[in-house]
Design a protein around this ligand. Structure first.
Ligand SMILES: Nc1ncnc2c1ncn2[C@@H]1O[C@H](COP(=O)(O)OP(=O)(O)OP(=O)(O)O)[C@@H](O)[C@H]1O
Ligand SMILES: [Mg+2]
Length: 511
């Protein structure tokens, strides 16, 4: 037994030669690192002395391997935000600068994953197999690299695609009080991206983990998680990570965009992002301004949203569409952060609490919502039917004000009011039920041409359901709408004929 073991032991000569080889191959390299000392720590902020040649945004590593990011460079010290728990960091402990600014892993491996603001996996799907990284902060593409926004990004939400259309590369703000369906609207837009070749990124900032889990669950159930990256900095993590999260998500999106892909990114929400930044700034003793926000609060969101856009063909032709979300207090659009972000974006979708409670969902206030790209981001057929829809709605709103007074109404006014009420009904939509653009065109055509005038309001949603099933069977009709970019007289005739046919079967079914 002992002999057998001994026979496996290498001879001293072999050990010596192996060691000698190792020593010969050993290369000694010196890399200068600057090392500093923590002079003060607390509330997620550390003050460090001795780091003289550090850059703004550069990463540092504390003794316990917690990372930090240098934000304030002062004469005697550096103010660092701690990207983790500061419990094991003490006065006097050493800090190493890493010589690079914060970066996140990027690439296709991130699709289907839930990661934190530094790109570390939060799901149970194992480590990320990517060695490519990108700095989280980067200058936005310049004017030469961009091209105008002309390709529509269909959200599958009828009211949005018809009245506030979004183009690929656009920045459209979703704004409203709490619990008005902001997250649902953005998530529904992601759900609709299965058909088109758009990759999605959902950045959750300062939210409850339970809410984020619910969103991930919805994405998974609808089969879109595998084309989505979820970046989470929930309410429980340090403000520093909440501050970093949207830039990290943006960097992940940029990588896709520069490879010619179309990306949709949702920042949910930038109000909490601004709060996190205010907290950091106050702790770093930066001078507070209006509402105690620091002076560069506008730049905080401008530099983030400027990174969205559509690149020219010579630069890959990809795009990044941004849907930032802002929460208002009592519908106040004129507050500091809302006005800032409104001025940075290319339009806003305003969700109103009163409408939401009245059962108008999505609760879009059509009067206060705009898309500055508008018609350029619609297919010609959609533009035509949406134009009619908008006209009838404007008429309806005007007449509805008069009708409130209970005056006797003539037949034409009555008819316009009835039509308007039906349009409003058609624009309602249940959550997580995207409607294809072909179906939307057929439906808007039907309602504006008066095909729904004899359907009682309370039966419209049922009519719509059956009409949708009918269209599902008519592959030919759907193809005709999809292929015909314009609403040609032939297409109109085909649509009218089909709707007639459907109504006959629908009404007989009814009787
Ligand atoms: N179109 C809709 N149809 C039916 N229910 C909806 C619709 N949109 C939103 N809801 C419901 O309303 C509630 C609030 O929606 P959501 O969480 O999207 O609002 P929010 O504005 O993001 O809220 P918060 O301010 O808490 O972030 C949810 O329960 C959601 O399911
Ligand atoms: Mg929400």
């Amino acid at each position: 037994m002992t002999e057998a073991l001994l026979s496996n032991v290498p001879s001293p000569d072999r050990v010596c030669s192996a060691l000698r080889q190792q020593i010969v191959r050993f290369r000694f390299s010196l890399r200068p690192v600057s090392v500093g000392t923590v002079t003060e720590v607390g509330d997620g902020i550390a003050r460090i002395s001795g780091l003289h040649d550090i850059m703004v945004g550069e990463m540092v590593e504390f003794e316990d391997e917690t990372l930090g990011m240098a934000l304030n460079l002062e004469a005697e010290s550096v103010g660092v935000i701690v990207l983790g728990s500061d419990e094991r960091i003490h006065e006097g402990s050493t800090v190493r600068s890493l010589g690079q600014i914060a970066a996140v892993p990027v690439g296709d491996e991130l699709l289907g994953r839930v990661v934190d603001a530094l790109g570390r996996p939060l799901d149970r799907k194992g480590p990320l197999h990517t060695n490519r990284t990108r700095p989280v902060e980067r200058a936005a593409p310049g004017i030469i690299e961009r091209q105008p926004i002309r390709v529509p990004l269909h959200t599958g939400i009828k009211a949005v695609d018809a009245l506030v259309p979004i183009g690929r590369g656009q920045r459209e703000l979703i704004i409203g009080d709490r619990q008005t369906g902001k997250t649902t609207l953005a998530v529904d837009a992601i759900l609709n991206q299965t058909a088109d070749d758009v990759l999605c990124i959902y950045v959750a900032i300062g939210q409850k983990l339970a809410s984020v889990a619910q969103v991930v669950h919805v994405l998974e159930r609808h089969g879109v998680l595998e084309r989505t990256v979820v970046v989470v900095a929930d309410a429980g993590v340090p403000a520093a990570l909440q501050y970093l999260a949207p830039y990290a998500g943006c960097a992940i999106g940029e990588e896709f965009m520069e490879h010619g892909r179309d990306v949709l990114i949702v920042y949910d929400d930038l109000t909490k992002h601004a709060w996190a930044y205010r907290q950091i700034s106050l702790l770093l003793r930066r001078p507070p301004g209006r509402e105690a926000f620091p002076g560069d609060i506008f730049y905080l969101h401008a530099r983030l949203l400027e990174r969205a856009g559509r690149l020219g063909e010579a630069y890959g032709g990809g795009s990044m569409t941004a849907l930032p979300i802002i929460e208002t207090q009592m519908g106040d659009l004129a507050a500091y952060i809302p006005t800032n972000v409104i001025s940075i974006t290319d339009g806003q979708i305003f969700l109103e609490q009163d409408l939401f409670h009245a059962g108008v969902r999505p609760a879009i206030n059509v009067g206060l919502s705009v898309s500055r790209v508008a018609g350029a981001a619609q297919t010609p057929a959609m533009r035509t039917v949406a134009g009619r829809l908008r006209l009838e709605m404007a008429q309806y709103r005007e007449l509805a004000t008069f009708a409130q007074f209970g005056t006797e109404l003539d037949r034409n006014t009555r008819a316009a009011l009835d039509r308007g009420a039906r349009i409003l009904e058609v624009l309602k939509q249940d959550r997580h039920h995207p409607v294809s653009i072909e179906e939307q065109i057929a439906l808007f055509f039907a309602v504006t041409q008066g095909f729904l005038d004899d359907i009682p309001i309370e039966r419209i949603s049922e009519f719509e359901r059956q009409f949708s099933a009918f269209l599902q069977e008519r592959q030919g009709l759907r193809n005709a709408i999809a292929i015909q970019q314009e609403l040609t007289p032939e297409l109109e005739a085909l649509l009218s004929e089909s709707i007639h046919e459907f109504k006959e079967s629908y009404l007989t079914l009814d009787a």
